[in-house]
Ligand binder design. Structure first.
Ligand code: F6R
Length: 249
C-alpha cells in the first residue's frame, strides 16, 4: 500500500484527479470505477477543470460506480445517478452509454447484481477503482461483517452509515435502508485502487487501516492490505491519529 500524505482536502483532490486524468490520457478506453459521497466531490471538480483547460477526452472511457441506493428514483436529487451527473458526467464528453451505476429500482435486485458483475467482466475489468472509506471502515457499502468473497449484492445500511448520510437527505428517516454495492470481491478484482481520505472524522479509521497487519471482516477496508496495487491519499486531519511508522509514509 502506497501512502501519499497531503496537507488538506484540496491537495488530496488535486493529487487524485491527476492520477485519474493521467490514466485517461494514457489509456483512452480505460475502465474507471467511481465513488460518490463528500470525499470525491473536489476530485471531480478538478477533473472538470482539467477537461476545460486541457480538453482531456473521455469519449472512449467507460465508468462503473460502486453503489446506488435501493428504491429512490434515478432522478432523485440524492440518487448516485444524479450525483454523478451533477459532479462529472454533464461536464465531460463521456457518452451516456458508457457510464454505469447499479439500478436500485430493478425488478429483480439479485438479477441486477449478477448482471452488474458480468457487465464489469465484459468491459474487461476495472483499471482503477476510486474509493472513499466510512468511519466504520466500510468500502462501497460493504459494512462490517460482510464476507470478502462476495460480488455485487444488496445490503441493509447500518444506522451509523444512514446517520452519516442523513446530511444529504435532511434527516435519517429519509435515508434509504438498502443499497446495491459492488462486493469486496468485485472491488478487489480492480487492477489498481485509489483510496482518498479527508477529515478528522476519518482519523480513527485511518489509524486502524494503516496499522492493520491482517485482514478482518469486522473492518472491511483491511482487505486492501492484500491487494497488490493500492494508493492511499490522506490529508493531515485524516492522519492525525496514525502513528508514523518508520518507512511507512
Ligand atoms: C460511496 C461509497 C462509500 C463512501 C463512504 C465515505 O460511493 O461507496 O463507501 O465512500 O461512505 O463517504 P464520504 O466521502 O461521504 O465520507
Amino acid at each position: 500500500m502506497k501512502i501519499i500524505s497531503v496537507a488538506d482536502k484540496n491537495e488530496m483532490s488535486g493529487r487524485a484527479a491527476s492520477i485519474i486524468s493521467q490514466l485517461v490520457r494514457r489509456k483512452n478506453d480505460a475502465v474507471i470505477g467511481l465513488a460518490t459521497g463528500g470525499t470525491p466531490e473536489g476530485t471531480y471538480s478538478k477533473l472538470v477543470e482539467d477537461r476545460q483547460k486541457n480538453h482531456t477526452s473521455y469519449s472512449k472511457i467507460r465508468t462503473v460506480n460502486l453503489d446506488e441506493y435501493v428504491g429512490i428514483p434515478r432522478d432523485d436529487p440524492n440518487s448516485y445517478h444524479t450525483y454523478m451527473e451533477n459532479h462529472l458526467f454533464k461536464f465531460v464528453d463521456l457518452p451516456a452509454g458508457q457510464h454505469f451505476l447499479p439500478d436500485g429500482n430493478a425488478l429483480s435486485l439479485s438479477e441486477e447484481c449478477r448482471g452488474y458483475d458480468q457487465m464489469i467482466e465484459e468491459l474487461g475489468g476495472v483499471d482503477l477503482q476510486l474509493l472513499g472509506i466510512g468511519r466504520n471502515g466500510h468500502i462501497g457499502f460493504n459494512e462490517p461483517g460482510t464476507p470478502f468473497d462476495i460480488g455485487t449484492h444488496t445490503v441493509e445500511l447500518t444506522d451509523s452509515t444512514r446517520r452519516a448520510n442523513a446530511r444529504f437527505f435532511g434527516s435519517i428517516d429519509a435515508v434509504p435502508s438498502q443499497a446495491i454495492t459492488m462486493g469486496i470481491c468485485t472491488i478487489m478484482k480492480s487492477r489498481s485502487i485509489l483510496l482518498i481520505v479527508s477529515g478528522e472524522n476519518k482519523a480513527e479509521a485511518m489509524s486502524r487501516l494503516l496499522n492493520t497487519e491482517k485482514t478482518d471482516t469486522d473492518f472491511p477496508a483491511s482487505v486492501l492490505i492484500s491487494h497488490p496495487d493500492v494508493t492511499v491519499i490522506a490529508d493531515a486531519e485524516a492522519l492525525a491519529r496514525t502513528k508514523k511508522k518508520a518507512g511507512k509514509f
